[in-house]
Design a protein around this ligand. Structure first.
Ligand SMILES: NC(=O)c1ccc[n+]([C@@H]2O[C@H](COP(=O)([O-])OP(=O)(O)OC[C@H]3O[C@@H](n4cnc5c(N)ncnc54)[C@H](O)[C@@H]3O)[C@@H](O)[C@H]2O)c1
Length: 347
């Protein structure tokens, strides 16, 4: 790794915590500063074993606070990998304001600090949701137009454009990555797969939006992190990189596969009203990543899915407390309350 001092934002969340691990595992000298506000979706347990690691330091703070950013960058930052975000679509439909503050204002605050303090790299972790929805054919390339359909996706698209502007205007060496749906250990159990796995373990209903035919292109979280390491090291300034697993699955058969892995019946699936503005299909053309940075996912999807189910089975102590947290149950009531018969079963 060329960069000695790397700032990771949102490194206590799902993907960020895997990335911090990957960074520490693959380097011997890199110092990681982990700037995280520790919101509801962060979990200190994600990195408990690295709390005293000599090359990892948590700074609890808000990416949208310029004083925090100045303080962190003032301590020396060569490169930034920016994960921190409000990340749950359903929450953005209930209230978009925190999404604008963290995802848009927070990104600009970090960009300003990166320019002022002459950071050498800025990797902005974004999402395929900025492209909107696809019909049955085709895939999004990096040239596809932005057409976000949820407040979450719109806030991420806005932040992507601010990153581009910092590159064009200030010459910041910035890259944008757009990944498809991640899955794996340590994902907050309000998202589709961990929600389904943990509800199924408890014999609780699993909400299925509409007809369950929405297609997502799934990527295992560690494959995503490998791709981000490649972009950090070798990505070209001003470029966008799609990072997809190439595993298109419709929600309903995916949930049925989870139930099979757990030896549970399909009776646990319960149809609920579809999410407003719900995108039908995402699929990413990731050939640029493969061609220019030599990255490709390593292990077949079915194997990763089985590993993931196994992880949630073996780590109940990780997810059970989260499902009891006030932030979790209040959101579940607000969102699913009227939709599911058994309120305890909704996420
Ligand atoms: N999960 C996916 O499938 C997926 C797919 C593509 C892209 N992404 C992007 O990857 C990034 C990480 O996603 P995730 O699923 O790990 O999210 P997450 O919700 O699990 O983690 C987000 C982290 O950001 C922190 N955070 C939130 N607001 C903050 C603020 N104002 N200041 C500092 N820290 C703050 C939280 O405490 C948490 O640790 C996001 O930018 C998301 O848009 C996610």
């Amino acid at each position: 790794m060329t960069f000695r001092r790397v700032l990771v934002t949102g490194g206590y969340g799902f993907i960020g915590s895997h990335f911090v691990r990957a960074l520490l595992r693959t380097t011997s000298e890199t110092q990681v500063t982990n700037l995280d506000l520790l919101t509801y979706s962060a979990n200190p347990e994600n990195l408990r074993d690295l709390e005293k690691h000599p090359r990892h330091r948590l700074v609890k703070g808000d990416v949208a606070d310029p004083e925090v950013a100045d303080r962190v960058f003032g301590g020396g930052v060569d490169a930034v990998v920016h994960f921190a975000a409000e990340s749950h679509v359903d929450r953005s439909i209930l209230d978009a304001t925190p999404f604008l503050r963290t995802n848009v204002l927070g990104t600009q605050t970090l960009l300003d600090a990166a320019v002022r303090h002459r950071a050498k790299r800025f990797v902005h972790v974004s999402t395929d949701e900025v492209y909107g929805s696809l019909g049955p054919e085709g895939r999004f390339t990096e040239e596809s137009p932005l057409a976000p359909n949820s407040p979450y996706a719109a806030s991420k698209a806005g932040s992507d454009l601010l990153v581009r502007a910092a590159w064009k205007t200030h010459g910041l060496h910035a890259t944008v990555t757009r990944a498809s749906n991640n899955f794996g250990p340590n994902q907050f159990p309000e998202k589709l797969l961990p929600l389904a796995i943990t509800n199924a373990i408890d014999g609780r209903k699993i909400p299925v939006y509409g007809d369950g035919a929405q297609v997502r292109d799934w990527i295992y979280v560690e494959d995503h992190c490998e791709a981000l390491l490649a972009v950090l090291e070798r990505g070209e300034a001003g470029e966008i990189y799609n990072i997809g697993g190439g595993n298109e699955r419709a929600n309903l058969p995916l949930l049925e596969a989870v139930l099979r892995l757990l030896g549970k019946g399909k009776d646990l699936l319960e149809s609920v009203a579809d999410r407003p503005g719900h995108d039908r299909r995402y699929a990413l053309d990731s050939s640029k990543m493969r061609r220019t940075l030599g990255w490709a996912p390593a292990v077949p999807f079915e194997e990763r899915l089985a590993q993931t189910v196994g992880w949630y089975r073996a780590n109940e102590a990780w997810w059970r407390p989260l499902k009891k947290k006030r932030e979790y149950t209040e959101h579940a009531r607000a969102w699913y309350g009227a939709k599911l018969a058994a309120p305890g079963g909704a996420p």
